[in-house]
Design a protein. Structure first.
Lengths: 239, 286, 248, 286
């Protein structure tokens, strides 16, 4: 859910840009450090960024019968870690604004904050937490659960933050920010909650397939435990 | 425009009439307009033309992967409706195999990939398993069943994709440049496999740049260069150098050599043109 | 493949320095956001549309199609302003001043959106991205951004073709199949992207790649006259709108 | 193994001796072992073989994109060192163009992309600009100079990648299946371009599956199927059906038809075999 160009008052747009800036600067710094340490990382990062963009342009079924798009935030954060996602996510959002007119340039900061900062951190935090809690379960189950929770809560997290951003900009005449938050939350929940669940399911399918087909990449990215990955046969069929 | 050929008498299993399609307004007009095409039961129809001539576009229109902007596609005489139901029906009977196998391989293992279509047809697990085994058998790749797809060679991937289409038991199999990127031995063995499918009753539509291949294998040929240039029995169409030149294709060896050999009385007048260099060698008795 | 991108390369304004278009569209964007919505937003919108369909030669159909999604968001968002919650009139009640606020926001945001679209429709990213180093971004980052832009189309094309292949095998006929298909598509794209990066590494090494993706950036002249011409319409809109306010 | 052919007398500009390479231990041994190969100044050397025969591997070894596990590569007689300096030198003289243009196109605009190689050679901006203009001219794509690469057709992208290599003024240009995916007209115009480069003094090494193409265009042919099967002048190598069969290639039309025509006395005994169907038609006087 991208806030369109011009929808936020200038002061809010500026404030959210300032709020997102430190995360993005940190992300860019870790990106450039990765490249300095290993120049070959440049092409991999290029490919990862393109992957993030295309992922968020895929069509997924939604309740209203029309098509929607996943955020891709959860998968991105799990694969690439939140700091890198802050940078890649910002680039993705910039391209979405200029190539698809999804989201704006003055509202880029606000969208970055919800989709490239909060979303990835929620995804990563939840993913790590569930992974730790389900350590006793078989690897595939644990990973599946963690990925599902991470991806769907990240999607919900971005939607919550966006509703909050809108509520702060347009408080309700009677009940102020909380009332407005309820209004925006309600209007967008119709589409966003089912989408979050579907995105969670899809992300599980993706990660499971990757385990069989791209084990070495996942090991390198640190998604799989090296010991379990060697033994656990994963069935690619899910859902 | 050449009128649809009427010498054969097999019924049309798939046909398009007055098809129009253009990718976008900015381009120099539609790829083709008012194109008539007919695919007859159990024939091999070769679609030839230069790069950008519209071969892929036509195959996509016939297989329901693109909707025509005007005109109709008919399957067994019934007009195809471009809604979900109509498309589903079309896709049960008509399967398109793309040029690049990587565009159609997306599962981790061969069996999984081949089972994708039958599962979507709503078959139960037992039936799917049977279909997969049968399709792998038909393509001669039973040994690859458990292989992960990304470790296969190009030729093997082409076969797996074909198995995925064949497993859906289409009556028409449409192949976009099936031999591109294969070495001659690979082409031969693919042709053998396709011959097997055809004798089991599958109709084949094949696009290619290879005039010699079409010449020796297809029943009818259709020349396309942003519009129909000609359609008819292979000897008629591919034996006509001026028609081929119009389609920016080079002439086939077979007819040229056939003429030469007939002139030299090495080939009797009624005999067919040689289709391969081996046949030439045979004719000259080596 | 992407309508906005394709149109940008055909734009009559393509040869203009990106800064000129930036001043024109950015200036109007400021007008849309900062001036009183009436008549500021309306004037801005009128000027942008006149420029877009006049000299900038933007194809109207593509423009409308691109505007559709963000306009949907703006309208949905504005609808919430029509009601208020938790007041004395019950849990949900019509807000008597709501429509005015909603109209104001719709107008402002739509005008701003048009400015953004005009910039996007007339500025090819291939010409914009290499210039990002000039505004102080690290060159490694700019190279990555440019790479993403190039690889995006290769990946999009792959995604489109795999999607078509799946549809041909009835992969999108039920919701379950749909989820399975999108999942398989996403996984394949990831694998393909990494493979693509490795192959490109090999391919570029043959061309002398050692870690730098330096290319020749054609310099476009930044003419003072063009800058002034680009700055004039926003200034004119601003003064008209402000003058209108004073007169009232 | 056929001993290296010694009929020609042009010096070797690039050669490999006793080359060994295998991708990984899991595979059935190395792709080849103790392979000798010689590329002579200003010749066209065609490398033929089945899928997986090792063509791409050999081309990558010769161009410094893979280091041999044993054996040496020599450029103008001097052994190539597999360090940065040595590779840099090799790449100034030898350029490899991959089969898939998307492996080598990384920039969004054609001019930018073509300028990458010359810039890496340390040329100054003016010289780079000149080189780019010249390379685009040589490939006949000056009109595409400021097109974005992602809006180009496959054939156009192939040309842009070639321009990127040509702009580095290599003395040896190595092309992996340059004609794959091109239609006959595209092949013709590419061949013309390459002929132009060759007459300007560039040595060409070309891998292909197309026996007829190699037959009509190359000076020497090298047959490879996980090991050298034969190397020598084209008529000798590609005129030998048993050698071709060993490489799992089908025979060329030219020699077969030539034999037939000579037998029929349509072609004098010393005359070369026809290389295209058009030439057959000419010989029979049509
Ligand atoms: N997805 C697309 N978007 C826009 N234009 C397209 C697209 N696909 C094809 N075209 C254009 O439509 C025309 C016909 O293309 P098509 O792919 O059908 O030709 P083809 O005969 O299959 O060529 P090839 O031999 O190269 O496969 C070409 O001009 C091509 O540029
Ligand atoms: N990157 C790689 N990793 C592992 N094995 C490889 C790799 N590239 C090629 N091979 C293997 O090495 C052998 C030779 O491959 P190569 O690509 O050189 O053949 P080729 O003659 O170019 O074939 P084609 O005609 O299909 O292009 C094959 O068995 C192939 O499977
Ligand atoms: Mg095609
Ligand atoms: Mg190869």
């Amino acid at each position: 859910m991208h806030i369109a160009e011009g929808f936020l008052p200038p002061a809010h747009a500026a404030a959210w840009t300032a709020a997102a800036a430190p995360f993005v600067i940190h992300g860019v710094r870790s990106l450039t450090q990765a490249v300095r340490a290993n120049p070959d990382a440049k092409l991999l990062l290029g490919a990862s960024g393109a992957f993030c963009f295309v992922l968020s342009a895929l069509k997924i079924p939604s309740v209203t019968g029309s098509c929607s798009h996943p955020t891709g935030v959860g998968l991105g954060a799990i694969l690439f870690r939140p700091p890198v996602m802050a940078a890649l996510g910002t680039i993705t959002l910039l391209f979405q604004a200029l190539l698809l007119a999804h989201g704006g340039l003055t509202t880029l900061g606000a969208n970055v904050f919800s989709m490239a900062v909060v979303g990835p951190w929620v995804a990563y935090g939840v993913y790590r937490l569930v992974r730790a809690l389900t350590g006793a379960l078989p690897e595939t189950t644990s990973l599946g659960l963690a990925v599902f929770c991470g991806a769907s809560l990240a999607s919900l997290g971005t939607y919550t933050v966006t509703s909050l951003q809108l509520a702060l900009a347009f408080p309700d005449a009677q009940s102020g920010v909380p009332g407005a938050f309820a209004k925006f939350g309600a209007v967008f929940s119709v589409t966003q909650i089912p989408l979050a669940i579907i995105e969670g399911l899809i992300t599980v399918v993706i990660v499971r397939l990757l385990i069989t087909a791209s084990r070495s990449d996942l090991l390198r990215l640190g998604i799989l435990r090296a010991d379990a990955a060697a033994t656990e046969p994963a069935d690619g069929k899910a859902v | 425009m050449t009128p649809p050929d009427t010498t054969g008498n097999a019924p049309a299993v798939l046909s398009g009439s007055r098809l129009r399609f253009g990718y976008d307004a900015a381009e120099a007009g539609p790829v083709f307009d008012a194109l008539d095409v007919e695919v007859r039961r159990e024939e091999v129809l070769a679609v030839l033309g230069p790069n950008g001539g519209g071969k892929t576009t036509l195959l996509r229109l016939l297989s329901g992967s693109l909707a025509p902007q005007a005109g109709t596609v008919r399957l067994d005489g019934a007009e195809v409706r471009w809604n979900r139901r109509g498309l589903e029906e079309l896709r049960r009977s008509v399967q398109l195999v793309f040029q690049d196998p990587d565009d159609q391989l997306f599962s981790a293992s061969v069996t999984q990939d081949v089972s994708f279509g039958p599962l979507n047809q709503g078959l139960d697990t037992g039936a799917v398993r049977e279909r997969v085994a049968w399709a792998l058998e038909a393509l001669g790749i039973t040994a690859l069943a458990d292989q992960p797809t990304h470790l296969l060679s190009y030729g093997q991937r082409k076969r797996v994709v074909l198995a995925g289409a064949v497993a859906m038991r289409p009556s028409v199999l449409i192949l976009d440049e099936p031999t591109a990127g294969l070495d001659p031995a690979g082409v031969e063995s693919l042709l053998e496999t396709l011959e097997g499918l055809r004798s089991a009753g599958t109709t084949l539509v094949v696009s290619t740049h290879d005039v010699d291949l079409a010449y020796r294998w297809a029943d009818r040929a259709l020349l396309l260069d942003r519009g129909l240039l000609g359609v008819g029995p292979v000897p008629e169409i591919l034996g006509d150098p001026s028609l081929l030149a119009a389609a920016r294709l080079r002439p086939a060896w077979g007819p040229a050599v056939g003429r030469a050999l007939r002139k030299a009385a090495l080939l009797p007048d009624g005999a067919p043109d040689p289709a391969t260099p081996e046949e030439v060698a045979e004719i000259t008795g080596e | 493949m992407l309508a906005i991108d394709a149109a940008a390369y055909r734009s009559p304004w393509r040869r203009l320095h990106p800064a000129v278009k930036g001043i024109f569209c950015g200036g109007l964007l400021v007008c849309a956001l900062a001036l009183p919505a009436w008549p500021g937003a309306a004037l801005t919108a009128a000027v942008v549309l006149a420029a877009a369909f006049g000299p900038a030669g933007v194809p109207p159909r593509a423009f409308a199609r691109a505007a559709w999604v963000p306009l949907g968001f703006i309208l949905t968002g504005a609808v919430t302003l029509l009601v208020s919650v938790g007041g004395p009139d019950g849990a949900v009640a019509w807000d008597p001043d709501g429509w005015q606020r909603a109209a104001e926001i719709c107008g402002r945001a739509s005008a701003a959106l048009l400015c953004q679209l005009l910039f996007a429709f007339s500025t090819p990213l291939a010409e914009l991205l290499p210039r990002l180093t000039r505004i102080g971004l690290p060159s490694a980052l700019v190279e990555i951004i440019a790479l993403i832009y190039r690889m995006l189309f290769v990946t999009l094309d792959t995604a489109r073709r795999i999607g078509l292949g799946q549809a041909g095998r009835l992969g999108y006929t039920s919701r379950r199949a749909w989820i399975r298909s999108v999942g398989a598509l996403g996984a394949t794209l990831f694998i393909r992207s990494y493979d693509r990066a490795r192959r490109m590494q090999r391919g570029l090494e043959c061309r002398g790649y050692t870690g730098d993706l330096r290319v020749l950036v054609e310099s476009l002249p930044l003419r003072a006259g063009q800058v002034l011409a680009a700055a004039a319409p926003p200034l004119l809109v601003a003064s008209t709108a402000l003058g209108y306010g004073v007169l009232l």
